[in-house]
Design a protein around this ligand. Sequence first.
Ligand SMILES: Cc1ncc(C[n+]2csc(CCOP(=O)(O)OP(=O)(O)O)c2C)c(N)n1
Ligand SMILES: [Mg+2]
Length: 805
Amino acid sequence: MSTKNLVTREPETMLELARRTEPPLPGSNRTHEYLSALEQKVLWLACWMIHHANHERASRDGLKVGGHQASCASVATLITALYFDVLRPGDRVAVKPHASPMFHAIQYLLGRQSRDKLERFRAFGGAQAYPSRTKDTDGVDFSTGSVGLGAAMTLFASLTQDLLHERGLLPEGEPKGRMVAIVGDAELDEGNIFEALLEGWKHDVRNVWWVIDYNRQSLDRVVPERLFSKIEDFFGAVGWQVVTLKYGKLLEAAFARDHGPALRQWIDDCPNDLYAAITFKGGSAWREHLTRDLGHLAGIRALLAEHDDAALARLMTNLGGHDLELVLEAFHSVTDDRPHCFIAYTIKGFGLPFAGHKDNHAGLMTQDQMATFKQAHRVPDGKEWDRFAGLDIDPDELAAFCAAVPFASRTEAHATPPVPVPASLPMGRRAARAATQEAFGRIMGELARDGGELATRIVTTSPDVTVSTNLGAWVARRSVFNRTEHADVFKAQKVASSQLWAESRRGQHVELGIAENNLFLMLAALGLAGPLFGERLLPVGTLYDPFIARGLDALTYASYQDARYLLVATPSGITLAPEGGAHQSVATNLIGIGQPGLLAYEPAYADELAVMMRFAFEHLQADDGESIYLRLSTRPIPQPERAMTDALADAILAGGYWLRQPAPGSELALVGSGAVLPEVLEAADALADDLPGLGVLVVTSADRLHAEWRAAQGGRGDGAEAGPTTLERLLAPLAADASLITVLDGHPATLAWLGSAGGRRVYPLGVDRFGQSGDIPDLYREYQIDAAAIIDRAARACQDRLQRP
Ligand SMILES: Cc1ncc(C[n+]2csc(CCOP(=O)(O)OP(=O)(O)O)c2C)c(N)n1
Ligand SMILES: [Mg+2]
């Protein structure tokens, strides 16, 4: 249901609600006054920004623009306290997605955001709907949007900071930054939160603050009260300090009066939905309920008599998360680096006409409501974007205050210069037969042994598949990261093991439990070490290819914020034969093509992999680079005897090369990718008599070929000069109407589009059903990627050609 304009209420009541600034409490200094004023202004600007986007800007497409005024309002006090007082320059923040306008308003007040961007909130080129590292220009530390990920990301960023610190890469003597998340309470329904908390506990995570905007509302509803006590317990169980800000100082003062404890009990017992509904209804509803339930108590009768409806509403909604002084006290009383969870009770839509209404998530103030709101905030017409209009404090004073807040002196971190990458990577012993996964392990082992500066910047990580993805040799030399040193107990006990597993403060491998979300968040944090902490790391993550899907949203999240990492996914496909369908990936190649910011390669041979890995370490660091995804296999296959030339390396990186050059004008060609090359070559041999000069094209990156082809089309559409693409050049020797048989152990659509590049017919072979246990011959036959299937398609292609007009 669209909740746009769903609620109206009496303007007078609204005015009372909107006028929230309490007179400065005795003993409070000017800071409190400034912060109160700024809190109001931030809320005004955020609500106006959303209103402007929806009501003042002309719509060309009839779409509702949206924005979340209620979600902004509940976090006003917390976010003001943080940015204008508590945060230090080295702190990094993930702001809950729906408070994006609050973040942008704050940056505007701090002089880090332009008015133009605010006026174009949610419009092309304007401030983004949800804070975005890459699209916003006002210093977003962590993108948010997919709930749960931003919070968890801060935890992995803190681990990254620890890792840099232990390795002496951060300036001595400077305090570590706090990784702060401003979190919506419903975000804690996401399982990835708890996966992250467990991982954080294992790693003794420090310097993380999660500030939970506990408005007890999600998108659809008011959430039940019992849930959060469990969540609170969980934080405690994993070593977090939980600070609950339930009641503000007004309410605490009321509780201290005669029969005050009965009032506290009444609110404590009040179901969340009832509290929210009465909040929405306002002062008279509070009076009615309290009179009915507690009117027999003289102290309560006196309290009701002393408060008019507006004052009563203010009192009864005086929750901890809206009490600036309390919030500041709570933040400033943290003196250690333990992870802290602040559970701040708030009201969704606080100070807005739909405060507490269960449908307020997407609620927008109407024109009339905005007019009243504007009046309450004393913003003159035409001064809506003014930084300090309508406040009781001299604008110059406020500007000076803003300029002096600690956070304002922050400068963005810039990564140190690129880490040099050698011209080739050491491959170790060459074998006549090799699997790409095994080759990966060998290259990493060689890097660990003598990888120079490059190796010192590599950090590997894996969700409990370090050994089975062949990172063992790397870990044996570079050890597992742990702030507490730990020898390999099996070694100390002289128990034979091929895996050496020492844990060290300078370790270069982060061992994670089996949670792929955590892997991708760890990669995201390591991959942002440069922009976040000013020191570059080159993260390498390994996992089984099918389980990319398990962490796919976190992978997307990592790429969305342009974190750079090398993802090595292995084993892949039905080639994993006996392991069966649960472990056999089918659609990951399509993820490789479809995922922005991630360049996918699938090597067939070990020497291709070495070229790709070398390139990856360079490309991760390039300004216009991307992350790299390598899809590997455990199948040992005969290796071509060849020297790696520059031309071959270039072709491998560009997306493909002819393993067997086609005769000019060939009417058919075989195209293969990855572990199926032996079948392709077997079929080519079998067809050689009938089709002399039959070419075999190895596609090393369908993703790269596709991207280049698409880009070239765009370029040509713009009238720009563009030469033939790699794919067009590769296919040029073939007849214009040649047929292509494409084969891979993955989804056939990966290569099925190849014909479009030059109007050639494609016969795509690949896997589009779930796999099962078997051996490679059985499975390749069953799924039609064996030599016989290739030969069959070749014969069909030849027949089809004969029948063409
Ligand atoms: C992974 C994911 N699923 C669903 C959504 C859609 N969604 C946006 S906000 C929201 C509820 C948020 O509630 P809460 O975190 O409590 O935020 P607040 O109450 O402060 O708005 C949902 C389900 C989303 N953004 N991300
Ligand atoms: Mg909520």
